[in-house]
Structures are given as C-alpha cells and as structure tokens.
Design a protein around this ligand. Structure first.
Ligand code: ZN
Ligand code: ZN
Ligand code: ZN
Length: 378
C-alpha cells in the first residue's frame, strides 16, 4: 500500500547518511545499480516522493558514482535539491526516459546486477530489459531493509500518529460518535474526517463493519445500517508527517451475549500475549505464535486465518511481517502491528490491533486506547 505521506523533506545530512548506508549494502550484496521509482524507498533515501504518474521518475544509483534523479521536466520544480545526495536529470516530453536510464547505467561501468524497487511500473522495466541485455535483475531489498529499523525521530512520528487515532478510539468508546441508525459508509466518512481533524495529512482507510460484516477482515463499508444488539469493528489509520497510524477497536451496541464476551476475552488475552512477546531477538513468527496459541487453545484456531501483524512506517504495510515462517529476529526500532482476530462467517467478527515498537527496554505500544469490548448504552 503506497500511503503518499505529505512529509516535508528532512535535513540533507539525513539523506547523505541513508545514501551512504544504501551504497554499503549494495557493496555487501554485489549490486552494481539500484533503480528506485514509485513507492516510498525513493522518498526515504532522497526526500522526494514521486506521484504515481505514467511519466517516468527514477533514481539511478550506481554503486560507485553519482546518483541521478531522472524526472519529467514538469515535475522537477517539486524536488528539493539535496546536494551531494543526487543530481537531477530532467527529461523533456520528446525524450525517451528509459533510454536515459540505460545510458546513465552504462556510463557507470560494468553492470552485472541491477536491483529494482518493487513498485516500478512493469512497463518501464519491460522497456529497460532489452537495453541492458547482459544485466541480471533482482528485487531491491536494499532500502526496504533499512526502512525496517526506525530511528528516534521515526518512532516519535509513529507515536504521534498513534496518539491521534487513540483519541478517535476514545471518542468511539465514549459514545461520542453516532452509530445506531447510520450506515457503515457514513460512520467510515465520519472516522475519515476525524483522522484528518486529529492531525493526519492523509486518511488511508476506515473500515467499519457491523455484525456479520465484521467476519470479513477487510470489509468495504457500505449501506448496511448499524443496529442495536451487534458488534461493530472499526479499523482505521492515516499518515501524519510521513508516518502511518493503524488501530482496530470493537464496540458492542448494547450488552454483548456471553458467546461474544467470552470470545473477546480470548482475543484480548491473545493480543496482549503477542505484544509482550515482541522483544528484541524474538523471531517475528514467535509473535504470531504467541497470539495463535491462545486462540487455538480456546477452540477458535480455524477462525483466525490471517497473520498476526505487519510492519509499519512510511507505508501502512511494510516489512517485517509477524507470520509463521518469518524467522527474522526483531531488532530495536522494528515497528509492527499486533492484530489477531476471530471471524465467524455470516455471524460476527472481532479484531484488536495496536502498533508496537521493539526497543532495548522491551516492546512499547504506540496505542494505549482501552482494549476492552466497550458496551455502549444505545
Ligand atoms: Zn488496521
Ligand atoms: Zn494493521
Ligand atoms: Zn489489553
């Protein structure tokens, strides 16, 4: 998910450092050329966030040699120059930008291994392949892996975004947001407005799922009218100063029946166990197991059918993923969601989600909104 953060560029020294670290990784991984186009690796390393246009924007980074930002001439005024990080190569409407990229690549010397960002348009890669016939292309895990480990400023940004959605969750739990009689879509629009009102520049998503719709984890809010006597799942987030928030809370419209209260108690215990499991050195899959074990032992295992969490930062979903099979050990600065759920098809669903950062002092939650299934007096 490309959450186009509206962040102002940071001081040049930040990008000088990140570029140097990227080049060191290229050295380690024997990558001769790094090509970054759309997606958030580009702003992470250069401060420039390209709009997803049909015109090519690409940062060409030779392992040894100056980086060039190949960019449509008409977009060039939007770029904040970063001296020593990259130079610009604006292209005019009658030039072929893919040929420009290939020429820059050849100028850099022998190109055996080229790493390309995941979100480059397929069209440009397809056009580039025959122009560099001897090169071997691979996915770039250079900047992506750097982005996993957040520095203090990035963690502060995640904390501020988390506090903003916590305030909205508190409004929801206090009954300050009208629910019964409105459609899911109306409540979703309300949450979206609050996401911006609480300081995000960008609203990314606001899932509102009532009753049986909550059994679909990524339900698209529609014209279903919210009624008394059902659970309501709200999962929402935005981008604030370039970093994402993401929280899920459920409320019950009335007094929950024992079946739902009991299942929620299991969910709450599972979520808590996975949060405290998120210590430095713990493999990501252990965070998933911590939640899944409790849900499975309570008999709901088959109803928890997604991974426990995803990394978060400039993107709402990024590395590392809390999923079985991911043995990557958590490091200080890794930020991720912990969001187990229980979904009974056609009946009801529930999920509880916080963002957590692994630190030397243990896991720190970026969200502190009440974890209970709040029963609203409706
Ligand atoms: Zn979420
Ligand atoms: Zn999430
Ligand atoms: Zn809790």
């Amino acid at each position: 998910m490309n959450t186009q953060g509206a962040a102002e560029p940071l001081p040049t020294a930040v990008y000088t450092d990140r570029m140097a670290r990227a080049r060191a990784q290229m050295e380690d991984k024997d990558i001769d050329l790094l090509l970054l186009s759309l997606g958030l690796d580009l702003p992470y390393i250069s401060g420039y966030n390209a709009m997803p246009l049909e015109r090519l924007t690409m940062l060409v980074v030779p392992r040894n040699g100056e980086a060039r930002l190949v960019i449509p001439r008409m977009e060039a005024p939007r770029v904040r120059p970063q001296p020593g990080v990259f130079e610009m190569r604006p292209w005019g409407e009658l030039e072929n930008p893919v040929e420009i990229v290939a020429e820059l690549a050849k100028k850099a010397g022998t190109i055996d291994n080229v790493a390309v960002g995941d979100q480059m348009w397929a069209r440009f890669l397809v056009e580039l392949l025959p122009l560099l016939p001897d090169a071997h292309f691979s996915r770039a895990d250079v900047v992506t892996s750097m982005r996993m480990t957040k520095d203090a400023a990035e963690i502060a940004a995640l904390r501020a975004a988390g506090a903003a959605v916590d305030r909205i969750a508190a409004q929801l739990q206090a009954g300050e947001i009208d629910l019964v009689g409105r459609t899911e879509a109306e409540v979703s629009a309300d949450l979206s407005a609050r996401i911006v009102a609480e300081g995000h520049q960008v609203m990314n998503f606001a899932i509102v799922a009532a009753g049986e719709n909550a059994a679909s984890p990524h339900h698209h809010p529609g014209d279903r009218v919210i009624a008394k006597g059902e659970i309501l799942l709200c999962d929402f987030g935005g981008t604030m100063n370039g970093y994402c928030s993401d929280i899920t809370r459920c409320v019950y419209l009335g007094t929950p029946p024992a079946e739902i209260a009991d299942a929620y108690a299991v969910l709450h215990e599972a979520q808590h166990a996975a949060v405290v499991a998120g210590t430095v050195g713990t493999p990501c899959e252990e965070v998933d197991r911590a939640a899944r074990r409790i849900i499975t032992d309570a008999g709901y295992g088959e109803f928890f059918f997604h991974r426990t969490g995803h990394g978060i930062g400039m993107d709402a979903h990024e590395d590392p993923y809390m999923v079985e099979g991911n043995s990557l050990p958590l490091a200080a600065g890794h930020a991720f969601s912990v969001e187990p759920g229980i979904y009974l098809d056609g009946r009801w669903g529930m999920r509880l989600e916080d963002i957590v950062v692994a630190t030397a002092d243990g896991p720190v939650a970026m969200n502190t909104a009440n974890h209970d299934l709040v029963a609203l007096d409706v």
